[in-house]
Design a protein around this ligand. Structure first.
Ligand SMILES: [Zn+2]
Ligand SMILES: [Zn+2]
Length: 278
């Protein structure tokens, strides 16, 4: 695939999420669960030009995805796309104006086709996204030029998610917790049950089980997303995905892995630092 889009994971984890997908004709912000100040700091650090952001996409209403939205929207004129369920899901969102879409909508923005798909999470109507650019001659569609998949906050991958995430050049997939750490960890039983339910969060094992079905020769990078700081470690998430994809450690801490042919890299988004996937 020809890189036409770039991914900036500005923050990822249970304490706040925000990412920018840069397309050929502008960028979109996915979620805004960090303050405007932090968003700007992280974007600067990552070399991400926020003035190119033309739209915001909201996956769901949990505060780790929406905390910074109101203040960001005070300084932003573009549309904020989300489902009616998400828009009505939290009181602090009710004063914002949204462009409502279905969880299976197709949007054309910034030179990208954005395909939404439903995720499985304990909220009203959550979604994930596939971003792609397509080539086109005057008469026919030349097919996909570049694709980025984005799926977090999902207890399992829906059939629509599996379709949408297939064959992306950059695959961002939730790898929230290590089941053993979660089981032994400090969370109360109800929270452990919530996280590991099929409407909670994908574990390292679940992500590892899925990726061999999603990665193709076009896939260059798999990014583990939404890692829990209490119930996971980047090395555990990357190791689980690496084992599933035949990759080996690319550094001493096992926070990055690569296949022996060098064609596929596995890394992890972080809560405290931006990650750029070019
Ligand atoms: Zn979340
Ligand atoms: Zn959530």
């Amino acid at each position: 695939m020809t890189p036409q889009m770039h991914l900036y994971v500005l923050a990822s984890g249970s304490k706040g999420n925000a990412a920018v997908v840069e397309g050929p004709e502008g960028s979109v912000l996915v979620d805004c669960g960090i303050s405007r100040k932090m968003l700007r700091e992280r974007a600067d650090e990552a070399g991400c030009d926020l003035s190119r952001v033309e739209a915001i996409l909201l996956t769901h209403e949990h505060s780790d995805h929406t905390k910074g939205l109101r203040v960001v929207c005070n300084h932003f004129d573009g549309p904020v796309f989300t489902t009616a369920g998400t828009a009505g899901g939290r009181r602090n969102l009710s004063e914002l104006s949204f462009t409502l879409v279905n969880h299976d909508a197709t949007l054309e923005l910034c030179g990208m086709r954005i395909q939404a798909f439903p995720t499985a999470h304990d909220v009203n109507d959550p979604m994930g996204f596939r971003f792609e650019t397509r080539g086109r001659t005057q008469t026919e569609d030349d097919g996909v030029l570049d694709a980025i998949g984005w799926a977090t906050d999902t207890g399992h991958l829906t059939d629509q998610a599996l379709d949408a995430l297939y064959g992306c050049r950059i695959l961002g997939i939730e790898s929230n917790h290590d089941p053993r750490m979660l089981a032994k960890g400090p969370y109360p039983a109800y929270l452990k049950a919530r996280i590991s339910s099929s409407y909670g969060h994908l574990s390292n094992e679940q992500a590892a089980e899925a990726v061999p079905h999603l990665v193709t020769r076009d896939t260059e990078t798999v990014v583990a997303l939404h890692l829990s700081q209490e119930n996971n470690r980047p090395s555990l998430a990357v190791r689980a995905l690496a084992q599933a994809l035949g990759a080996e450690a690319a550094n001493t801490t096992f926070t990055e892995a690569r296949t022996p042919d060098g064609m596929l890299t596995i890394c992890a988004g972080a809560q405290d630092a931006p990650l750029v996937v070019w």
